[in-house]
Structures are given as structure tokens and as C-alpha cells.
Design a protein around this ligand. Sequence first.
Ligand SMILES: N[C@@H](CCC[C@H](N)C(=O)O)C(=O)O
Length: 297
Amino acid sequence: MIWNFTKMQGAGNDFVVLDGVRQHIEMTPERARALGDRHFGIGADQILLVEAPSHPEADFRYRIFNCDGSEVEHCGNGARCFVRFVHEQRLSGRNPLRAEIATGLLVLDQGADGEVRVDMGQTRFEPEALPFDTQGLASRPCHDDTLWTLPLADGSSPELSLVAISNPHAVQVVDDVDAAPVATQGPLIESHPRFAQRVNAGYMQVLNRNEIRLRVYERGAGETLACGTGACAAVAAGIRRGLLDSPVRIHARGGLLTVAWDGRHLRMQGPAVTVFQGQVDIDALTASFNSKEPAQP
Ligand SMILES: N[C@@H](CCC[C@H](N)C(=O)O)C(=O)O
């Protein structure tokens, strides 16, 4: 079966975007893994699927798959690419657009400058929202936030802010984001058994009250060049810790995002770029991906 696709990126966080309105797309974890693979597939951090909505107030349903095949609740950089895709493919001329995600409705607006602004929906901070098992763990109040100390197998014990932007985030503050142990400690946090649905691990360096540097080890994708929901989580955590004031400029390795927070709504702004379009034989691709040698231990 041949699928048309579009390759897109938002601040270097890259996507394969599929129109599931005009073509029949049956996504599976195996197909998402094959599409996302950087050697056997097209290569992407996430696969985005645009479908007809089930919610009466939504224009489209927006589904997200990590490159490990897991379907997830939200993707901020992907949300901006979703708007550009819908407009460029002439699926709709509406602006703003309303997109249905697993946890509710997003409102997305493309400006004349090409930047897309997203109202990121509900934000929660209580451990059950991620969920995170706090039993027996040390914590301390920090301004309006609660920091949880999580002992890890590498001997480190980061102090984490918990934020759910529909998807789960654990954010820590570091002195120098370039020296942060993202590649080694990130996976230990991501798959820690206290996070029953795994977690995105954020590392934030505060430059001043309106500017941070950020790296994120993403659940199901590893470190990406930028993470939109991670940026929102870091800003909310930084404001709750008393370190930041809205709006905040976020320097990720792949580009610049801006996030504003009024205590209720998080609004994110940033680029969304089409890279190329193509066609893929999904059955042939999945078969060749599945025939590769298993990774050596
Ligand atoms: N890159 C994304 C987040 C994608 C989902 C995330 N890895 C998860 O599993 O929750 C973004 O821009 O927000």
C-alpha cells in the first residue's frame, strides 16, 4: 500500500506527517517504528497522523506516535507542523484551527509571519497526573512548586519538578546544560519504575528571568533537538520555582521557542517547516525494517 507523506520539522524536532483524511492509514506501532527509523525508514522523532475528528467542535483529530511505536497524548512542535500541513495540503483554510488530542482540544493559530501559536491545553502538577509514585520519597517545597528527589542507579539524585502538559515531564535545573548528563541519566529517569507511563526528562539552565537553555531526553525518542511540550513544562516549572517570569525564550539545540503562561493557559510559539514530500510503500518498508539483524547486546 502506497502512502503519501510530508517530512517536516519544528526547531529541529522532526516528523513524518500523514494525511489520514484523504487516504486510508492504519497505523500500528510496528509501522511507526519502521517509518521513524533513520536507516531503514524515512527517519523522524515522531509520526503525526491527521484524521477526521470525533469531537463535534474539532476540525481534525491529531494523533502522535513516538519513533519507538508508542502512541502519546501530545507533541508541541508537532502541533505547529500539523497546522502548517493542514493549510499547505488545503485540508482546511480555517485559522485558528481546533485539533482533538487524546486529552481534549487544542487551539492553533498561524500568523502572517509564518510562526504558529498554540494554546497548549490543560497543565497539571500533582504526581497522579503523570502518574508518579511518591511513596517514601523525599520532597521539599520550592516557592509554589514541590521538588521530588529521585535516587537513580548511576548514584545521582536529581530534584525534579513534575508537570503534565497532557504528556508527562520531569524537569530539573542545571548550571550548564552542555555538561548535563542527558544521554546517561536521561534514560534512567525516562524509564524509572516510579513513572508508570515513562516520562520526558528535561534539563533547564536559567540564563535570566525571561530566558533559558533546554535539552530534553524524550520518552520513546531519546534526546531531540527541541521538545515543545518540554519547553512548556520547563517554563511552568521555572515560574513555579520562582526563577522565571512569563514570557520566556527557550533556546533549544535546534532553534528558538517562546512560551507565555498566565497561570492557566500555556501559549507556545515557534517555527514549523516543510522539508520534502514523498511516497512510501508501507508494507515493503515494514518488511525490510523487520528483516534487519536484531541489535547486539
Ligand atoms: N517532541 C514533542 C513531544 C513528543 C512526545 C513525547 N516524546 C512523549 O512521549 O510524551 C514535543 O514537541 O512536545
